[in-house]
Structures are given as structure tokens and as C-alpha cells.
Design a protein around this ligand. Structure first.
Ligand SMILES: Nc1ncnc2c1ncn2[C@@H]1O[C@H](COP(=O)(O)OP(=O)(O)OP(=O)(O)O)[C@@H](O)[C@H]1O
Ligand SMILES: [Mg+2]
Length: 369
């Protein structure tokens, strides 16, 4: 049965264009069209609309959002704009709407938006986890790639990895990918994208894990700004239950922005017989400017040997705050897996590193942290 669709659009040319898309979209039927929500409210009852596409560029339509939802509670309400507008999207979701689209759209985009509706309600549930390290070579990418795969497998939910290590991101290498598009193109285009079109910039690896790869050359990374990265993360929340963001080491405006946007920040270091504790302490001090830093910052030490509860306790005592996890020294296993473009977690489930990652994934899934 076709979706009875009501189109509300002020601009005549756009109205004609979208009407023809809807009429030709399999599974959709154009029941009525109006110039604004005021006209539609009183008149569309007879059509029993199941889908209302609402022009959000017309300010007056915003005021009538809650009335639309009140009088047509069973209709799916989708906002439309020529550019991505996170405020308008928030109003739609707040009013109980299903999502947001960029117009003009194609029949496929309309179809996919409806298919993704269940994901739209994830906006508030979506969990963004950034991975920050004071110094480089801290085991971040190794952890993220394996944790992403473990989360996708164990939860069965949509998981994304965003490679925000802008100049030297190597997530593509870990997954053995040659991406068609990267964070650079997504940043360039972000204001014209909607969740459905943003998804095409991610490279799928498996059923429910997708990667937005980093710049192919360091000089391209300039295209990614604080604003564009924040906008990508915001929009990705419409698509994914978990979003893991890899970052370059150290504090920069980009790493700080990404951490601000996140629900949790894994603060990582690799044990190397050096100054890890001092670096972690100094980084921790900077995060203390967040009121809720105690809940949001999760310290992790990797390459710990022996990797025991006592070791975790020792690091906690030295750091002055509880260490969230210690990960074992498994250099040969993780590096040979990475060299072959494979993930240790997929290759050897019984390896101690894989087990620790599975445990971490379970904790995220159960929301015990
Ligand atoms: N638990 C571990 N035990 C031993 N070696 C590890 C462990 N985790 C990662 N490594 C090794 O440490 C090196 C750095 O790891 P990785 O690339 O994940 O770190 P990174 O923080 O992402 O580094 P970069 O600063 O280059 O982004 C790699 O050679 C990797 O194989
Ligand atoms: Mg890395």
C-alpha cells in the first residue's frame, strides 16, 4: 500500500518538482499539496495523511509544528530545507517528527529516509565516544577499530567510526579500505547534506559498521574545520547508535571540539616505561574545566604487562582517579593483524586483547559506564 503523502511547500517551482518526485516514487502517493501549514491543517483531514513533508524554510510553519502533530498524530512528519538546518531539525524532532530531508530529493532518498525512520529516533540515544591521547602512538586506532567491530557485532546496532586524525589518519589501513570519499569531501559538502546523503560518504564494512575515512593526503585536512566536524558528528547521530571518533594526539581546536561534542572521551596512553602518568595527569587537568569531567573522561592504559586488576589499581592510585580499563601488551598479535589489514578481534577471539575489548563493548552496550 502506498504512503498517503501531503506536501507542504511555499515555492511553486519546488512544489512542482517535489510533486513529480513523489508521484513517481514507488510506494508513495501524493494525496494533497499546500503552500503552508496553516492551509494544510484545516483541509487535509479528508486525505488521512500518513506522511507530511513540511517546508521548514517558511518560518510560520515552525509555529504550527505541534498543532500538526496534535491533529495528525499518526502521520510521519518530515521537515525539508534546501540546506541542512540543525535548529529546524531539532524543532521537528522535538515536535515528535520523524526526520529531516534536503530538497530537492530523489525518490530513492525519500524511500531511504522512510527506511531510516527508526534510526531518526536514535538522535537522543546516540552515543559519541572520542579517543584522545596526550602523545602519539598510544594505541588509539588499534582500540577503536577493534572496539567498533566488537560493538557492531555484540549490539547488532549501527556503529560508525569517524577518522578525525585529520592529517595522518590510518583507519582506512586498519580496515584495508580504499574509500570513495572521506571526511574531506563530507566537510566540503556538509551544509548540503542530510543524514541519508551523509551516509553515502561512509564506507560500509559489514552489515552495521561504517567508516568515514581520514584525508588521503595531509594537506587536504585543512578543509575540515571545527564547525564542519561538529556538523558531521551531529548529523551522524541520526544514523548511528555508536559513533567512535579517532583524533590526532594533543590538544588542538579540532580535538577539543570533538571531545566537547562527545558523551564520553577515552583518555589513552601506551605504557612505554616513560612519562605516561605525568602526561595523563596533565591532560586530565585540562579536562577538569568540564563540570562533568568525572563521568565523561575514561582513562585507559594500554600495553600493560602484567594486565591485572592490581595494575589497574596501581595506575588509578598514581593518576588519582579510577582507571577505566587496562589493555594487555599484545604487540605481535595486534601489529601482525593490522599489517594484514585484519582486526585481531575477528582473527582471534581468545586473545587477551580481544577479550578485553569485548568486555569494554559489553559495558558500553549495557550502559554501565
Ligand atoms: N595493546 C597493545 N600492545 C602492544 N602494542 C600495541 C597495543 N596497541 C597498539 N599497539 C601497537 O602500538 C602502535 C601504535 O598503535 P596505534 O596506531 O593504534 O596508536 P595511535 O595512538 O593510533 O597512533 P598514532 O599517533 O599514529 O595515531 C602499533 O604498532 C600497534 O600495533
Ligand atoms: Mg592512530
Amino acid at each position: 500500500m502506498a504512503y498517503r503523502t501531503v506536501l507542504i511547500e511555499d515555492n511553486q517551482i519546488m512544489l512542482e518538482r517535489l510533486s513529480s518526485v513523489i508521484k513517481n516514487a514507488p510506494g508513495f502517493e501524493l494525496s494533497a499539496r499546500y503552500k503552508n501549514a496553516g492551509d494544510a491543517l484545516g483541509q487535509m483531514q479528508a486525505f488521512k495523511p500518513e506522511l507530511i513533508l513540511l517546508d521548514m524554510e517558511n518560518e510560520r510553519n515552525h509555529i504550527l509544528l505541534s498543532d500538526l502533530k496534535k491533529y495528525y498524530p499518526h502521520a510521519v512528519l518530515i521537515g525539508m530545507s534546501r540546506r541542512w538546518d540543525s535548529e529546524a531539525q531539532a524543532s521537528i524532532l522535538h515536535a515528535g517528527g520523524g526526520g529531516f530531508m534536503i530538497k530537492p530529493f530523489t525518490a530513492e532518498e525519500l524511500q531511504e529516509t522512510i527506511n531510516n525512520l527508526s534510526n531518526f529516533s536514535q538522535v537522543s540515544k546516540s552515543e559519541v565516544i572520542t579517543f584522545f591521547s596526550p602523545k602519539g602512538k598510544s594505541g588509539k586506532t588499534t582500540l577503536i577499530s577493534n572496539l567498533g567491530a566488537a560493538l557492531a557485532r555484540r549490539t547488532g546496532e549501527q556503529v560508525a567510526i569517524i577518522d578525525g586524525d585529520l592529517q595522518f589518519g590510518d583507519m582506512a589501513v586498519f580496515f584495508n579500505l580504499t574509500p570513495q570519499s572521506t571526511i574531506v569531501e563530507a566537510s566540503r559538502d556538509i551544509s548540503f547534506l542530510s543524514p541519508v546523503t551523509l551516509k553515502t560518504y561512509f564506507t560500509p564494512v559489514g552489515d552495521n559498521l561504517s567508516i568515514l575515512c581520514g584525508a588521503s593526503k595531509p594537506d587536504l585536512a585543512e578543509a575540515v574545520t571545527m564547525d564542519s566536524l561538529a556538523a558531521i558528528i551531529h548529523m551522524a547521530k541520526n544514523l548511528f547508535r555508536y559513533i567512535l571518533v579517532d583524533l590526532s594526539s594533543g590538544f588542538t581546536d579540532i580535538t577539543a571540539t570533538a571531545c566537547e561534542e562527545s558523551n564520553k572521551t577515552i583518555l589513552m596512553t601506551m605504557v612505554n616505561g616513560g612519562y605516561e602518568i605525568q602526561h595523563m595527569k596533565r591532560a586530565f587537568e585540562i579536562f577538569q574545566c568540564w563540570e562533568d569531567y568525572k563521568e565523561r573522561i575514561l582513562p585507559v592504559f594500554t600495553r600493560v604487562s602484567p594486565c591485572t586488576e592490581e595494575a589497574r589499581q596501581q595506575y588509578s592510585d598514581a593518576l588519582g582517579v579510577p582507571v577505566y580499563h587496562v589493555l594487555p601488551n599484545e604487540y605481535l598479535a595486534v601489529s601482525s593483524a593490522a599489517d594484514n589489514g585484519r582486526l585481531l578481534i575477528n582473527q582471534d577471539k581468545n586473545n587477551s586483547f580481544s577479550k578485553a575489548i569485548d568486555e569494554m563493548a559489553d559495558e558500553f552496550a549495557r550502559k554501565v559506564i
